[in-house]
Design a protein around this ligand. Structure first.
Ligand code: FNR
Length: 181
């Protein structure tokens, strides 16, 4: 049976480097896997008061997260942690209390940065939250994609062969990981 991977991108900007990497990875998943991009840019900030009349965007996110078989996160690093938009999505998906959409799914983290250390801080802060949310996050291989601009062409496509090979090997490992659950 076909499986679906949910791709969640922590950047909201159109020409996001994280989205460029996610697009490349979506193009190399095996044929028996569908990719669903789960968008987070329209989610109102989490506020427990709003759970009395759930915003439609919150409902959509929760349903989409529940519907996928595995979750692959692509995160920029903002001030050595994850962007607020991504944290908000984690919070929205985790509520109402006792009804978290995240729990029990296999997950993976790819951090992408133009900087040299590849979003290490964001990668591990995200890992910390996913541990609490009971996402079974793949431990190895890790994916810190630094100096990303050197791997992209003028249109923002991943063209560097070494980066392509690494991302392909990550997907192979992640498919294997997702099958364990
Ligand atoms: C950044 N950036 C950044 N980069 C990094 O490697 N470590 C960091 O701590 C930060 N901090 C940071 C804070 C804020 C508020 C912004 C806007 C940016 C740079 C960041 O990596 C760069 O903007 C990337 O292009 C963001 O990823 P996307 O949007 O291209 O996917």
């Amino acid at each position: 049976m076909k499986k679906t991977f949910g791709f969640i991108i922590g950047s909201l900007r159109k020409k996001s480097f994280n989205r460029a990497v996610a697009n490349y990875m979506a193009s190399v998943v095996p044929a028996d896997i569908d990719v669903k991009f789960i968008e987070i840019g329209d989610l109102p900030f989490y506020n427990e008061d709003l759970d009395a009349a759930t915003p439609p965007a919150w409902q959509r996110l929760r349903e989409e997260v529940k519907s996928v078989d595995a979750l692959l996160f692509f995160t920029p690093e903002y001030n050595r942690t994850i962007p607020a938009a991504l944290k908000n999505a984690l919070d929205v998906g985790s509520r109402p209390y006792g009804q978290s959409a995240w729990g029990g799914k296999p997950g993976g983290i790819v951090s992408v940065s133009p900087g040299a250390i590849g979003g290490f801080g964001a990668n591990h802060h995200l890992r910390q939250a996913l541990t609490f949310l009971n996402v079974y996050t793949m431990q190895q291989p890790e994916a810190y994609i630094g100096n990303i601009t050197a791997s992209l062409d003028a249109e923002g496509k991943v063209v560097n062969e070494d980066t392509q090979n690494f991302l392909q090997s990550y997907i192979v490992a992640f498919v294997d990981w997702s099958k364990k659950f």
